[in-house]
Design a protein around this ligand. Structure first.
Ligand SMILES: [Zn+2]
Length: 268
């Protein structure tokens, strides 16, 4: 099947792809996750599909102009990585650079230097290669579970740490676990973050601001035809992803975040 013939991306969308680690298998450097570890070969094929289909990677903040209008590429896409796995610099960076593409790396500051995770020098390498660096909490605690003082400390300390390492202003935040609401949004904006990423799956259709962006999770199980449908947000697959998200939000609400994580661990 010629996928390019059937995929018709619509104007005024910004698909934001969410990755974690890139691992061939559990012996690869980094923290392997059976769901979220994408095979490096699959990632390379996804990048090639984006290029062949006329997509161009944009950096968050460059896509939306100050007047609120979308700018630049007719088929923009943003690539993001969460947590700060060592494969971000060892695997993702060379594959992106070979193709002239960029990504945003959301790094949990307490994870820096831990086994299998980026060291401070790696974070600097990513920044110096023209990649975006964003915050992903200090400890990876789910922000909506925290009292306001702990929430403030998470937002402040992680931002300061990454700013010290990179010498840059850090203005993007991916919420750990994608979880948070209006309290977390207000707190983050008050701390100087300007671009927030949640976990509601969607293509950011017709968006006029980028202070609360939807993301599309790419997992080990995402085959290329599904990937293409998700990026274009067309066909059955996006609807299934959204339905699953809605279905899973009920156990999260009933069990709380900790209970939900225990349930997920048992199911895996
Ligand atoms: Zn995370």
């Amino acid at each position: 099947m010629n996928m390019q013939a059937v995929i018709r991306p619509q104007a005024s969308m910004l698909p934001v792809l969410m990755y974690h680690g890139l691992h061939a298998d559990e012996r690869t450097n980094g923290r392997y996750d059976a769901v979220y570890s994408v095979h490096p070969d699959a990632f390379a094929r996804q990048l090639d599909w984006l290029l062949d289909s006329g997509y161009r990677t944009v950096r968050i903040g460059e896509h939306i102009a100050r007047d609120g209008s979308a700018t630049g590429a007719s088929r923009p896409v943003a690539i993001t990585f969460d947590d700060g796995d060592i494969s971000n610099v060892e695997v993702a960076l060379p594959l992106l650079r070979e193709r002239g593409m960029t990504a945003e790396f959301f790094i949990t500051s307490d994870f820096i230097g831990q086994p299998g995770m980026l060291a401070a020098a790696d974070v600097r390498t990513l920044a110096e290669a023209g990649m975006g660096i964003g915050a992903h909490g200090r400890s990876h605690a789910f922000l909506e579970d925290l009292d306001i003082d702990t929430l403030d400390a998470e937002l402040r300390e992680s931002r300061a740490c990454l700013s010290t390492i990179t010498g840059r202003r850090i203005d993007a935040l991916a919420l750990p676990g994608g979880r948070g609401g209006e309290r977390e949004r207000r707190a983050a904006l008050a701390h100087g973050y300007r671009h927030l990423f949640g976990s509601v799956p969607g293509p950011n259709r017709g968006m006029e601001s980028d202070d609360w962006l939807q993301r599309i999770a790419v997992t080990r199980a995402t085959a290329l035809p599904e990937f293409a449908a998700l990026v274009a947000w067309q066909g059955l697959h996006p609807r299934m992803v959204r339905a699953r998200f809605v279905a899973l939000s009920w156990p999260k609400r009933l069990l709380g975040n900790a209970g939900y994580e225990r349930l997920r661990a048992r199911l895996l």
